[in-house]
Design a protein around this ligand. Structure first.
Ligand code: RVP
Length: 498
């Protein structure tokens, strides 16, 4: 009997980090960390695979800040792969596979393609990919809209010869060419005039604007995408890999199940997918983490029930307080060199450092990012304040037939439930305060983490993990931690009260 009650689970509010001697300046602190066995990130932030948090806009913004976004899977396979494509084509410095248009296309098609890919101009190529010219939004402006459907691209484009670069040109040479000729775009061609890439001034400027961005080996932004184990999950996975996804996240609310572990094993064995990093989850125990390590996962995601919108612990009575869960998982993952992701339950920036000290390498955020401009969904006004909707992927709204895109019911093992009144939700639907652009939110989160590291006396994430020591605290201490005995009159950008 004592065994049955042996363990005490702790979460973020149960602990504080002890301050330590610091010989460093906050400016020397490096937050670089490992997302998976093979991917490093400059900041330990991952945006949650939820339909109110991560689509391509959020994923692009996250990668620019040095983290990564995981595209949710309440989307058809084609839509999710399309979102991967949107991220991979964004801000790349050198675009190796630019969107193009043919000479016989109409201006109407040009307008549609520019809108779809959010670009302002396209190289014009023949059927053989030979560069014929370039056409931009500006060329549209001088043709009345009524004539767009009948005007062809080759009537309006700037034809060859253009200022071009040789494929393989250095960043410096490309910049010099663009400057010298005051051009915004530099198509890259090979000896026989085939288009092999494109460089745009805008992308170069952005490259300078986002020095910590998460790039793949080809200089494209990195992106993750969620998959499951049920139905056409394998087809979804291979389609995402073809679209260029960097990380597949194979997860369910309870990941320690044989079907999902089989999926991870297959992904890491199959020649079509094994070059892509695979994250498995979610687990809350050492044994669960060990099972994913044994299945070959490149990282393990931890969190059973801590999410702000999650009711799993109340509906099922099952879960592990998050600091304990992360620590337990790290006991299995650490020796195997497999990074841990602490998923869910974060309310303040201070909890990022707590998660890292407990054994995580990165954190996955839902509610803290759902209020960003880049999250899907409209702004709503309530009593003059701005909000954005935020809901659990296990909520009725996300899983019921009211949502035509309820593709991820298997995350809650309800894939085969057909009638809405038979769904047993494990999440709720709500809203969070609008927080503005991700860059401002991420600045506060990373700023908070950098201060944590300074207070602990750690220059790097590995040092933080090694030096960090927890104090267990009481509810009186927690009360002391928050502002108290004062009526807050102004909301801080990183603290909105409890
Ligand atoms: P939070 O950051 O506390 O808002 O939690 C986000 C996490 O909650 C997600 O990354 C996911 O693991 C979990 N989640 C998402 N939907 C639900 C649910 O409906 N129960 N839970």
């Amino acid at each position: 009997i004592p065994d049955k009650f042996a363990a005490v689970g702790l979460t973020y509010d149960d602990v504080l980090l002890a301050p330590g001697f610091s010989e460093i300046a906050p400016a020397d602190i490096d937050t670089t960390t490992r997302l998976t066995r093979e991917i490093s990130l400059r900041v330990p932030l991952v945006s949650a695979a939820m339909d109110t948090v991560t689509e391509s806009r959020m994923a692009i913004a996250m990668a620019r800040e040095g983290g990564i976004g995981v595209l949710h899977r309440n989307l058809s396979t084609a839509d999710q792969a399309y979102q991967v494509d949107l991220v991979k084509r964004t801000q790349t410095g050198i675009i190796s596979n630019p969107v193009t248009i043919g000479p016989d296309a109409t201006l109407e098609e040009l307008d549609r393609i520019c809108g779809e890919y959010r670009v302002s101009g396209l190289p014009v190529v023949d059927a053989d990919d030979r560069l014929l010219g370039i056409i931009t939004n500006r060329d549209l402006r001088f043709t009345p809209v009524a004539e767009w459907a009948t005007t062809k691209v080759d009537e309006m484009m700037t034809p060859m010869p253009l200022i071009t670069g040789r494929v393989g040109i250095s960043r410096e040479d490309a910049t010099a060419l663009l400057r010298k000729h005051k051009r915004e775009r530099l198509p890259l061609v090979d000896d026989s005039g085939h288009l092999r890439g494109l460089i745009t001034v805008k992308d170069f400027v952005k490259g300078e604007q986002f020095p910590h961005a998460s790039y793949d080996g080809d200089g494209r932004l990195m992106v993750g995408a969620a998959i499951g184990y049920f139905g056409d999950a394998w087809e979804r996975a291979t389609t995402l890999v073809e679209a260029g996804v960097d990380v597949l996240v194979a997860d369910t609310a309870h990941g320690h199940v044989s079907l999902l572990l089989d999926m991870v094993r297959r992904l890491k064995a199959d020649p079509a997918t094994r070059h892509v990093q695979v994250i498995g989850g979610n687990v809350g125990t050492r044994a669960g983490a060990q099972a994913f390590v044994d299945a070959g996962a490149d990282a393990v995601k931890v969190g059973v029930g801590p999410g702000s919108i999650c009711t799993t612990r109340v509906v099922t009575g099952v879960g592990v307080p998050q600091v304990t869960a992360v620590h337990e998982a790290s006991l299995a993952c650490g020796p195997a060199g497999v990074p841990v992701i602490a998923d869910g339950g974060m309310k303040y920036s201070g909890e990022i450092a707590k998660a890292l000290v407990a054994g995580a390498d990165t954190v996955m955020l839902g509610s803290l990012l759902a209020g960003c401009e880049e999250s899907p969904g409209e702004l709503v006004f309530v009593n003059g304040k701005q909000f954005k909707s935020y809901r659990g992927m296990g909520s009725l709204g996300a899983m019921s037939s009211r949502n035509k895109k309820s593709y991820s019911k298997d995350r809650y093992f309800q894939a085969e439930v057909v009638s809405d009144d038979k769904i047993v939700p494990e999440g709720i639907e709500g809203q969070v305060a609008y927080r503005g652009p991700l860059s401002a939110v991420a600045h506060q989160l990373i700023g908070g983490l950098t201060q944590s590291m300074f207070y602990v006396g750690a220059r790097s994430v590995p040092e933080l993990k090694e030096k960090g020591r927890f104090l267990r605290i009481t509810s009186a201490s927690l009360q002391e931690s928050h502002p108290h005995d004062v009526q807050m009159t102004v909301e801080a950008p990183n603290y909105a009260g409890r």
